[in-house]
Design a protein around this ligand. Structure first.
Ligand code: ZN
Length: 319
């Protein structure tokens, strides 16, 4: 499309023709011009001298103080512009919290035999042990992390960079605190969200409730809070993920490997959302993983990290 020429549309534009100045007028304007040039030269020389004097004069004003009238002050360095949020790559953008994202959540499953290995309550020194087993088998998983053990938070980045999804579990995991009120819940979630953002550059959309959406312990602190959260959490752009198979590794400290394997290897589900823990008291979980992965591999399952395209597992709500 061509641009409309500026000016009133439709009005004929006639070039302006200046009448020719007479010889006398030309002479007068030449004289005027000479005077103006002379005056300008004097002004410039004088100004430059004054400027040199001012610049070499000692500065009385402290840096940052307003300049006294007539005193030339070097301008302070402008404040650095706020750091722009770096653009997210495609994988990060898919996992980032985005309340405007329209996602077709697969609550009924994907129809393909898939295992979603999920690890709660880390990171801890068991996290790199889990990561090494996953790498050995070339499978991807999901870590729902806490704010515990600040010196282990680098494992969150490590897990993400090795291809696993990162979700938010809770900052404190203190039920009395997390489920005191909706405000308390979202305050806790925001905190762990920032912990994760420091490691991987964005706040993920995926979350897991402490105790799952079906927990009843929250009723001790705030009756009805789970019923409210299961709708308010998605309204803020998050999704929550429960599980349909539990490894049973939360039943105690260092549960027997055989028991974890027995609980984890279940026939009959097309989509398996499998709950593990990679906290510091779960030393046997990484040891049980190889047999569990092999069980599902032998039955034709794929292993996927949680994404927006994957299975969403929800428990029924009891509070
Ligand atoms: Zn937990």
């Amino acid at each position: 499309m061509t641009r409309e020429p500026e000016g009133r549309r439709g009005a004929p534009v006639r070039p302006r023709v200046a009448s020719r100045p007479s010889a006398r007028e030309q002479q007068r304007s030449a004289r005027g011009l000479a005077v103006v040039v002379a005056l300008l030269t004097v002004a410039l020389i004088g100004g430059a001298g004054a400027l040199a004097l001012l610049v070499s004069a000692p500065r009385a004003a402290a840096p940052g103080a307003p300049a006294a009238p007539g005193v030339l002050q070097e301008p302070d360095a402008p404040p650095p512009p706020p750091e722009p949020e770096p653009a997210l790559d495609e994988r990060a953008a898919g996992l980032a919290l985005d309340p405007s994202a329209q996602t077709d959540w697969r609550l009924d499953g994907t129809g393909e035999k898939t295992v979603y290995l999920t690890f709660d309550d880390g990171p801890s020194d068991n996290t790199p042990r889990v990561l090494d087993v996953l790498d050995r088998y070339g499978v991807k998983a999901t870590f729902f992390v806490t704010g515990h053990e600040p010196d282990k938070r680098g494992y969150i980045r490590d897990a993400y960079e090795r291809g696993h999804s990162i979700g938010l579990h809770t900052m404190t995991h203190d039920y009395a605190q997390v489920y005191a009120s909706e405000d308390a819940f979202f305050g806790d979630l925001d905190q762990v969200g920032q912990v994760v953002k420091e490691q991987i550059g964005f706040v993920p959309y995926l979350t897991r409730f402490p105790g799952g959406a079906s927990n009843t312990v929250s009723a001790n602190y705030c009756p009805g809070i789970m019923s409210a959260l299961v709708s308010d959490l998605p309204a803020r752009g998050y999704q929550f993920y429960d599980w349909n198979v539990s490894s049973g590794d939360a039943a105690g400290t260092n549960v027997d490997v055989e028991k974890i394997v027995q609980s984890s290897c279940v026939e009959g589900y097309t989509n398996v959302m499998l709950l593990f823990h990679d906290s510091s008291t779960k030393d046997t979980t990484p040891d049980a993983l190889p047999r569990i992965i092999e069980f599902y591999q032998q039955r034709g399952y794929r292993f996927e990290p949680i994404t927006r395209e994957g299975f969403v597992c929800h428990h029924g709500v009891n509070n």
